[in-house]
Design a binder for this molecule. Structure first.
Ligand code: PMP
Length: 358
């Protein structure tokens, strides 16, 4: 029997080993010992999970005490609002408009504070990344960018330069896909349903000195200080999601950490882009140096072939290849948990599909 290769954009494939470990941890033993879903978050068993998880996140990010590391709920969408509520503090905030997800963050920030667009890729249909306007006012509270545009398939090779302005990053589909200079960031957030485990959590890292600007009037649950001061245990956390993230973090370390994964991810993406570029049938319009190694959107010559491709790929054991509803087309997401044979299986299928329909 052939295995299924899961190209879903999120919630996304977990590493096989993580799935096996989680299934084992949730299985019902003969004495009905409670699982991680059924124990108090104030008890010693969960405290051990929390401590190992936070230590692992510090090792992978390389961040020391000058940054707080928090786990919140509400997904990246809650951070679109919490970031300006907490850190704009009456000032304007700058945003780079690189595509769909940057746009969502901008729309939400506009409800809360004055937004300065520091660069936009809209004129070029988001096929390349905007540069930061050299006239960026230096009194803006922060500069926000989306590290990887999951829908357009654009990825910042490195964080943008913003002078002395703190950087705030949406790393939802970028986090831990390679080594990353987290120490350069004032704030970053990432939903956990792509490279960090299952949905239900958001990783937030924050430079502690920025906590001082948070207005006193915020409800406590929306105030980053509450999360930083309570080890993220302000109320009942999604204990299963914490546990799965611990399994993912320990799995990443067994793969040679972020350096090892980065190398593997770059090779996988290069193989798929080579198949697209070499075909004359498939097309990816993104500026080559800014192509994402996590999300690879591509087109076929006739939009009517898209549902055929999706259906046939699914029948061949490759679900999750339909493009986002906002832009259509096709998209392969190559997150950390994707199995090793998946890209070869996909490029083989693509060659065969081209022969039959080209
Ligand atoms: N930002 C990016 C870059 C994303 O890819 C997504 C989800 N695909 C989001 C934000 C929204 O995440 P959530 O559903 O966790 O709010």
């Amino acid at each position: 029997m052939h295995r299924i290769h899961n190209f879903s954009a999120g919630p996304a494939a977990l590493p096989d080993e993580v799935r096996f470990n989680v299934a084992e941890a949730l299985s019902v033993p003969p004495d009905f010992q409670p699982s991680v879903m059924e124990i108090s978050h104030r008890g010693p068993a969960f405290a051990d999970i929390a401590e190992r998880l936070m230590a692992g996140l510090r090792r992978l990010t390389g961040l020391g005490d000058e940054h707080a590391i928090c786990l919140l709920q509400g997904g990246a969408h809650l951070q679109f609002a919490m970031l300006p509520m907490n850190l704009a503090a009456g000032r304007a905030a700058a945003y780079l408009d690189s595509g769909h997800w940057a746009g969502k963050a901008i729309d939400e920030a506009r409800r809360i504070t004055k937004v300065h667009i520091a660069g936009s890729g809209e004129g070029g249909n988001y096929r390349s990344l905007p540069a930061v306007d050299p006239a960026l006012p230096d009194d803006v509270a922060y500069l926000h960018y989306c590290g990887n545009e999951t829908i357009h398939g654009l990825q910042f090779p490195e964080p943008p330069e913003a002078g002395g302005v703190p950087l705030a990053a949406d790393l939802s589909s970028e986090i831990f896909c390679r080594e990353y200079p987290f120490h350069r960031l004032g704030m970053a957030y990432a939903g956990t349903q792509k490279n960090l485990g299952i949905s239900g959590l958001t990783l937030v890292v924050l430079r502690r000195d920025l906590l001082e600007r948070i207005p006193e009037i915020l409800p406590k649950i929306l105030d980053y200080r509450t999360w930083a001061d309570s080890d993220s245990l302000i109320n009942t956390p999604p204990t299963l999601a914490w546990y799965v993230m611990l399994e993912v973090v320990e799995w990443i370390e067994r793969q040679g950490g972020l350096a090892g994964l980065g190398e593997r991810n770059r090779q996988r993406a290069a193989k798929l882009y080579a198949a697209i570029d070499g075909s004359g049938f498939y097309n990816n319009p993104v500026e080559p140096a800014q192509r994402s190694i996590m999300n690879v959107p591509f087109l076929v010559p006739d939009a009517e072939l898209e549902p055929v491709f999706v259906r046939e790929a699914e029948a061949a054991g490759m679900p999750g290849l339909k493009g986002h509803r906002a832009v259509g087309g096709l998209r392969a997401s190559l997150y950390n948990g994707l199995d090793d044979g998946a890209v070869d299986a996909l490029t083989g299928f693509m060659a065969d599909f081209e022969q039959r329909h080209g």
